[in-house]
Design a protein around this ligand. Structure first.
Ligand SMILES: [Zn+2]
Length: 424
């Protein structure tokens, strides 16, 4: 089917303010995206009782006594999920951020994070997998605090799955002291900051992060762009360390997301059984075939490179070279992943670009050849599977109506999809 006005297409994500446990609200709109199907449903209806969605479908009758909200020529959608955010960080100005590492109290970072969380949910993203939050020289778990405060209703934000500090090698992408003079912070970081140099260290770091509230384990298995002491594609954990990472995380029922640009590191991580490769810029076709066979997700984070390349001159020269190399490789890698049918999870790397612009990733994915419905599903059904919350969230599923999806008790503004985004 063809949507008449693709540029002005409006999605309403859970426009719900529940006033009482028994109040029923019926949302109607011209179309409905249910998160799973291949096509949009016409004459979409969503029925909400209290704070739960109890039914979803086409032309459903309005129950007696329900409040009807007719949204007209719009498309109803479940809230989107972003598999790669950093809600406690702001890297939109890299040099300023480096200075603020040294000058800002961690409490001030946490207060800023509350604004980033609000911007994200108001942009239509009701669940995020937040894959790393660390402040040099600080033992604070700011992402855990933000997640808990959202869950308790203290602040407004998306449902968060947090990774705490992430795990990486000395001098690698996650080493918070890289690029500062030696011993500026008095000591080398250790497992309490996610820095590891043996399989034993890896297990200790995983246990320490889970103890302190991690929902998911993140590790850097290759170099990265925003780090000053490494090359972008070198492997940074050994196969034995990655094996320990996957084994310990899975024993504790945590998924493993790995930051990875380089091909060798990706191959080793996929073979070891990680759940998702984040970025994946330099992955060769053979490695992508391996991903497909192992069922590993790819979280492409196209927005990160896009934003960096738009202001490339503002980054330190060493970072510029790394960003250019990653940007030059990632489009072909993404097209190959599409061609080979790899599972794609929608993820943006929000923090590299301003929080709240997550939806622009849809346009980039479609621009590189992804079908619009597949792009939408990457941010709903695919991410629910990757996050391991498909059963808990119970995406709208008409044929199984005893399941229901919890509504966020928040009124979201309409989400304008980026220009160039088409549904057909
Ligand atoms: Zn990231």
């Amino acid at each position: 089917m063809r949507i008449p006005s693709p540029v002005g297409l409006i999605f309403f994500c859970f426009v719900v303010v529940a006033r009482g446990a028994d109040q029923t609200i019926v949302l109607k709109a011209a179309r409905l995206f249910d998160g799973r199907s291949k096509a949009l449903v016409q004459n979409g209806v969503v029925i909400i009782k209290g704070d739960k969605i109890i039914d979803v479908g086409s032309n459903l009758p309005t129950p007696d006594g329900a409040q009807l909200i007719d949204l007209g020529d719009a498309t109803l959608s479940p809230g989107f999920m972003d598999a790669h955010t950093h809600l406690t960080l702001d890297y939109t100005d890299f040099n300023k951020r480096r200075l603020e590492e040294l000058s800002l109290n961690v409490s001030e970072h946490a207060i800023r994070a509350t604004a980033f969380a609000r911007a994200t949910v108001e942009a239509g993203f009701t669940t995020v997998r937040d894959v790393g939050s660390r402040f040099v020289g600080s033992s604070e778990f700011v992402d855990v605090a933000v997640r808990n405060s959202i869950n308790k209703g203290v602040i407004v934000g998306p449902r968060m799955l947090v990774a705490t500090k992430g795990i990486g090698a000395t001098g690698g992408h996650f080493d918070p002291t890289s690029g500062f003079r030696d011993f500026l912070f008095g000591r080398e970081p250790d497992y309490t900051e996610g820095i590891v140099d043996s399989p034993e260290d890896v297990r200790k770091a995983v246990r320490f992060e889970v103890k302190n509230g991690a929902d998911v384990i993140k590790a850097a298995v290759s170099g990265g762009v925003f780090s000053l002491a490494d090359e972008v594609d070198t492997p940074q954990l050994t196969p034995a360390e990655i094996a320990a990472l996957v084994d310990e995380s899975h024993r504790l029922r945590k998924k493993v997301a790995v930051h990875c640009h380089g091909d060798q590191a990706a191959r080793e991580a996929i073979e070891a059984g990680v759940d998702s490769i984040e970025h994946g810029s330099f992955m060769k076709p053979e490695t992508i075939v391996l991903m497909k066979n192992k069922g590993t997700f790819l979280t492409p984070t196209l927005m990160a490179t896009e934003y960096i390349m738009g202001k490339i001159g503002s980054y330190p020269p060493a970072l510029q070279a790394k960003a250019r190399a990653a940007a030059a490789a990632r489009s072909e890698m993404f097209r190959n992943a599409l061609k080979m049918g790899v599972k794609i999870s929608f993820g943006t790397d929000a923090a590299v670009f301003p929080h709240g612009q997550n939806a622009k990733e849809f346009a980039l994915m479609v621009g590189l050849g992804m079908q619009p419905m597949d792009a939408l599903k990457s941010a709903t059904a695919n991410n629910a599977e990757l996050f391991g919350i498909a059963q808990k969230l119970e995406l709208w599923k008409r044929e199984n109506s005893q399941t229901s999806s919890r509504c966020r008790a928040i009124r979201l503004p309409t989400l304008q999809l980026p220009s160039g985004f088409r549904l057909s």
